[in-house]
Ligand binder design. Structure first.
Ligand SMILES: Nc1ncnc2c1ncn2[C@@H]1O[C@H](COP(=O)(O)OP(=O)(O)OP(=O)(O)O)[C@@H](O)[C@H]1O
Length: 287
């Protein structure tokens, strides 16, 4: 459950500069300030190349070279200048199929647990629990090649969830899936988060997906990425398919699309060609 009064992550004046081999500097992120509540799902959207993945990699601890501060308040840590990764359990799910083809579903999920030195009995319980959660309870002995793309991605998600992460970082986790499977998986993620209460950063190109899964949507500007807009999404009671029928859903998607289109200089006039005024084309056109 969301704890509105507890800040899980506070990002202050975060900036990221990449240096090329010839010494040219490329500013990817600039002056990012953001507070994320415990148990909150925050979607990060923005034009292609605006720094979404760079931000996620910093939060995941995969990139330690940045300016600014990230304060963590997870697992009872009350902050500090440096992320207390020793006390933080975080898990990252990427777009690509990260299952290991020579291991069964059960073994694929178990990998994250051996790293945490979880004992055998506890690991058995957790693996069964997360496989049930992602709808793969019948497939512990299956190998990845025996599963569909959606099922393989669910294995990757199960592996992340089994570690019971305080922080779940997802970079386009559903991007490789077909449209129908994506919607099914969005519903499954929402069901899972209702039970696990993880704090989630969710990077996506898909505005509709962002509005569907997130409590708040953060729009980054064109590079260097800055926080262009933070949009609170109202409490979600309906299913994903019902949600998509609601007028407010379409309005939110259109509003966010307009902000991104403005960032990349795409006209929304009805008589223009291309993506004009069609929020549904947002993901294809600008990100
Ligand atoms: N390792 C790197 N070295 C140099 N430049 C990089 C590196 N990683 C990313 N960049 C640059 O930083 C900028 C932001 O990249 P990033 O991948 O974070 O953007 P993004 O918003 O996730 O992009 P997309 O939406 O296309 O996936 C881009 O201009 C990219 O070329």
């Amino acid at each position: 459950m969301k704890s509105p009064n507890t800040t899980a992550v506070r990002i202050e004046d975060l900036a990221k500069v990449f240096l090329s081999r010839n010494g040219t500097a490329l500013q990817a992120l600039h002056n990012i300030n953001l507070e994320v509540r415990s148990g909150e799902v925050v979607a990060i959207i923005g034009p292609s190349g605006c720094g979404k993945s760079s931000l996620l990699r910093i939060l995941a601890g995969l990139d330690k070279v940045y300016e600014g501060r990230v304060h963590w308040n997870l697992a009872g840590d009350h902050g500090g200048d440096k992320p207390r990764r020793d006390r933080l359990t975080s898990a990252t799910v990427f777009q690509s199929d990260s299952t290991l083809p020579w291991l069964t579903v059960d073994r694929n999920v178990r990998i994250g647990l051996s790293r945490l030195r979880i004992d055998r009995r506890e690991a058995d319980t957790r693996v069964q629990e997360v496989l049930r959660l992602v709808g793969l309870a019948e497939f512990p002995k299956a190998y990845p090649h025996e599963l569909s793309g959606g099922m393989r991605q669910r294995v990757a998600i199960a592996r992340a969830l089994a570690t019971r992460p305080h922080l779940l970082l997802m970079d386009e986790p559903l991007a490789a899936l077909d449209a129908q499977t994506r919607i099914v998986m969005q519903q499954e993620l929402l069901n899972i988060w209702r039970q696990t209460h993880s704090t989630v950063f969710y990077v996506t190109h898909d505005i509709e997906e962002a509005v569907t899964v997130a409590d708040r949507v953060v729009v980054l500007s064109t590079r260097p990425g800055r926080v262009r807009l933070v949009r609170e999404i109202g409490t979600r009671t309906s299913s994903v398919t019902d949600l998509r029928r609601e007028t407010e859903f379409g309005d939110l998607v259109a509003e966010l699309w307009e902000v991104i289109a403005g960032e990349v200089g795409v006209s929304l006039a009805a008589n223009d060609s291309g993506n004009s005024g069609n929020p549904a084309k947002a993901k294809a056109g600008v990100a």
